[in-house]
Design a protein around this ligand. Structure first.
Ligand code: KG4
Ligand code: ZN
Length: 363
């Protein structure tokens, strides 16, 4: 990770940020140091809690975040060998996400920050995902094109700098991860389906059953995945429901999603005149997608950057990182460069369950 930016007359401030993620069904806590990188992180996934319902139950999610936040926070401080006094700021996911789940994390982060007299920084969840490849050794340089593929979003963005995000294309209906999850469910693979469907696809053969490539030649950078899921259901019902056909359908579904994501990502690079692609969000963990993007990028003289595999899905590290980068930017852009820290909070905070990434600005 790059060290914090230099200010006019003083050494770059070294900042330690506690990150709090609670937007959906994962409680993530981490400590990021702008000089040393990620010091510790802990995650609790609620998959088992929601599995019997086939999807996330918001009220149960909120209650579980309440249970997990303190033990996970104690765990990361112990792992990093730090105490509360060693933290300069607390970054938390303020949206988008489930309102109740967001409020739990926001309340926790603001209460702790006020108690410590340090700033609480509201972070956009997708900004966390977008910047998460910077947590890997081969961090990408700005500007780059980002492909955000999560359970709730499928977007192509031009990223000029921290806070400079231009939306290039979006999904018109289901997100890629949502399509994976719904398709998995209708093939009887349970929740959450993305990784299970990807595992099943490894055993099938794409092309034996043909599925559409929605909006592949639409001429723009938008996506649509709802029809693909319906096409899977129709094909599944039309033939014998054997394990072999299920695996072939999974493989063809995955291939269809990969084909579209790949074509539009390469098109976005060409449209922006850039040769760096960053892939973030849960679907970025898909190995087939990674192989296909790597190969196409190599042919086009471009590079692809991913977060470490375990940081593709929701986590506290990306929120802590986004907080640290915003603080660093704040230090660079204000005359109060000595500490680089905005003032501590004023007891007022909110969450934004719906929040467009392109609407946010640099610090
Ligand atoms: O980014 P994320 O953890 O949560 C959101 O912010 O939405 O992404 C979760 C999504 C789920 O839809 C999950 O099924 C999908 O990412 N996912 C995958 C894989 N691993 C997670 N989809 C396809 N292949 C995978 N290996
Ligand atoms: Zn996410």
């Amino acid at each position: 990770m790059p060290a914090p930016g230099k200010t006019a007359n003083c050494a770059p401030p070294r900042l330690r940020v506690l990150g709090v993620e609670s937007s959906c069904d994962e409680t993530g806590i981490a400590i990021y140091d702008s000089g040393a990188g990620l010091l510790a992180q802990a995650l609790h996934s609620q998959i088992a809690l929601h599995a019997e319902y086939g999807g996330v139950v918001p009220e149960l999610a909120s209650r579980d975040h309440i249970r997990r936040l303190l033990p996970l926070t104690r765990q990361v401080f112990a792992e990093a060998g730090l105490s509360l006094a060693d933290i300069d700021a607390i970054a938390y996911t303020a949206g988008p996400g489930l309102a109740g789940a967001l409020l739990v994390g926001a309340s926790f982060a603001n209460a702790l920050a006020l108690g410590l007299g340090i700033p609480a920084l509201p972070i956009h969840h997708l900004e966390g995902h977008l910047l998460s490849p910077l947590l890997s050794q081969s961090g990408a340089q700005f500007p780059f094109v980002a492909l955000l593929v999560s359970g709730g979003h499928t977007q192509l963005m031009r990223v000029g700098a921290v806070g400079d995000y231009e939306l290039l294309g979006d999904t018109l209906d289901d997100a890629a991860g949502e399509a994976f999850d719904k398709t998995a469910q209708l093939l009887g693979l349970g929740y959450p389906g993305g990784p299970a469907l990807a595992a099943l696809a490894e055993r099938g053969v794409a092309g034996r059953i043909r599925l559409p490539r929605p909006l592949l030649n639409s001429g723009n950078l938008d996506f649509s995945f709802a029809g693909l899921k319906t096409a899977v259901l129709t094909a599944w019902r039309q033939g014998a429901q054997t394990d072999e056909r299920r695996a072939d359908l999974a493989a063809e579904f995955e291939q269809a999603v990969v084909d579209v994501l790949l074509a539009k990502s390469m098109k976005a690079l060409r449209a922006c005149g850039l040769n760096r692609l960053v892939v973030a969000g849960g679907v970025g963990a898909n190995r087939h997608l990674r192989r296909a993007l790597d190969a196409a990028a190599a042919r086009a003289g471009a590079t692809v950057h991913y977060p470490p595999l375990d940081l593709c899905t929701d986590n506290g590290a990306m929120i802590a990182l986004a907080g640290a980068l915003r603080l660093q930017q704040h230090a660079e852009s204000t005359a109060r460069g000595e500490s680089g820290l905005p003032p501590a909070g004023d007891y007022a905070f909110g969450v934004l369950p719906r929040w467009a990434l392109a609407s946010i600005r640099p610090a």
